[in-house]
Design a protein around this ligand. Structure first.
Ligand code: LLP
Length: 410
């Protein structure tokens, strides 16, 4: 068991399984709370809800004074349902408005927009003079734990390339500029953080517009492997704080610092609990197949991401023998393998010997787990359970087949 929480222990997990059966997601709110507190030096924390958008998680964030980012109309709906005030608490971040209907909704709710393209300025300005905006700048370089999560440079579609081009529209439509935002990718590297901060200073000095905020974006990493170090929040804050002070001096008014993490706030709070249903020998290789697939947890397949795996024996005995096994799911696709690495799709893990009926736990799946899951192979969405105040409760029901087929019954 990865020892990151008092609540995510064997006894508790078995109680939850007994009540709700496998497979399911479990989140521990104590861990989320702890991560929020670690960021308390920032003037504003905004949760990138794409990491875990369950409305009960959003409510928890709100209760703890965390604001929210929305990247789609659906995420706006979720934030409002969770009780967020659209005008004060929500920022819509995108590189496009998917429809005119969406722009009208944003205008009528007075939601601040974090603008990622010049077209957005024009489309928004025409409908809403003086709208509140941020500008999301692409600093022309980026970093990610995978090339798919690097959001800077010309291999990324994100952000405004040339900030000067926005000036014409800012004047024309009298936009109220709240701040400048720079999210360069998921998985911050301290080597290039100073470069990012330098770029932020340069951008604001050249742009010469009054602002109140700068946003660091998100991208804070977490230790997925047991031997990985924790993210150094203080170091991150100090580097940005110095940047803020320089900008503040130059502009002549105080600048507030906002941070916009997804993963850091929720990843370690979550586990995915599955059950062993089949054990097969294929030539020299051993496959242990569990009742979740990449339709539940796609990160290993999409980015070759590592998730720590621990086990709970069904009959509570301790398994002494260790063995190498490949862990896969039920999907009708050879790539439905959780233990793949960057180099090899069919790769194994060394785990205590598993038998049919044992439980396999995927750790640190609170971010980009449930929120990226799908109905592939017509598998219904699985329940989410939240542990709060030493009690657990269901925060998303298991989807029924009826619900899954409903939209197609025409
Ligand atoms: N702000 C913006 C504008 C973003 O695009 C993102 C993530 C974040 C904040 C939050 O990033 P975080 O703190 O979670 O790294 N599915 C991938 C991650 C994709 C992130 C997309 N944007 C994964 O599972 O690793």
């Amino acid at each position: 068991m990865k020892n990151n929480s008092k609540n995510l222990n064997k006894k508790y997990i078995l109680q939850i399984i007994e009540k709700y059966q496998t497979p399911l997601w479990i989140y521990d709110s104590n861990i989320i709370k702890d991560r929020i507190l670690q960021l308390k030096k920032f003037d504003s924390i905004r949760f990138a809800q794409k990491a875990c958008s369950n409305i009960h998680i959003l409510k928890f964030m709100k209760e703890n004074n965390v604001k929210v980012d929305a990247v789609s109309e659906g995420e706006i709906e979720r934030a409002i349902y969770a009780g967020y005030n659209p005008e004060k608490d929500i920022v819509f971040t995108s590189d496009l408005f998917e429809s005119n209907k969406l722009i009208k909704k944003i205008v009528s709710l007075n939601i601040t927009v974090n603008i990622g393209s010049i077209n957005m300025l024009e489309q928004l300005g025409k409908l809403s003079l003086g709208h509140k905006i941020w500008l999301r700048i692409n600093p022309k370089f980026g970093y990610g734990h995978n090339e798919k999560t690097n959001t800077g440079g010309e291999n990324s579609k994100h952000g405004i390339w040339n900030i000067q081009k926005s000036l014409y529209y800012i004047k024309k439509y009298k936009f109220k500029l709240v701040g400048i935002h720079m999210h360069i990718g998921s998985g911050i590297n301290f080597n290039n953080l100073k470069k990012v901060c330098k770029k932020m200073i340069e951008t604001i000095f050249n742009f010469k517009q009054k602002i109140k905020f700068i946003s660091t974006g998100g991208g804070l990493s977490i230790p997925y492997k047991l031997n990985e170090k924790k993210f150094n929040v203080d170091n991150f804050f100090n580097i940005w704080d110095k940047t803020r002070k320089k900008i503040s001096q130059y502009i002549g008014n105080p600048i507030k610092l906002e941070i916009e993490p997804g993963r850091f706030l929720v990843a370690e709070s979550g586990i995915l609990v599955s059950k062993v249903r089949s054990i097969k020998k294929m030539g020299k290789k051993k496959y242990t197949l569990v009742n979740v697939g990449f339709n539940e947890l796609i990160r290993p397949v999409l980015y070759s991401s590592y998730h720590h795996i621990s086990i709970i024996k069904r009959n509570k005995e301790k398994s002494k023998k260790m063995e190498k096994t490949i862990i896969g799911g039920p999907l009708c696709e050879s790539g439905d393998i959780f233990t793949q690495t960057k180099k090899k799709m069919i790769s194994h893990r060394l785990l205590p010997k598993l038998d049919i009926g044992d439980y396999v736990i995927f750790h640190d799946t609170g971010a980009y787990g449930a929120s990226m899951s799908s109905n592939y192979n017509s598998r219904p969405l699985i329940p989410e359970i939240l542990i709060e105040n030493k009690k657990f409760r269901i925060i998303r029901k298991r989807q029924t087949f009826k619900e899954m087929l409903m939209l197609e019954k025409i």
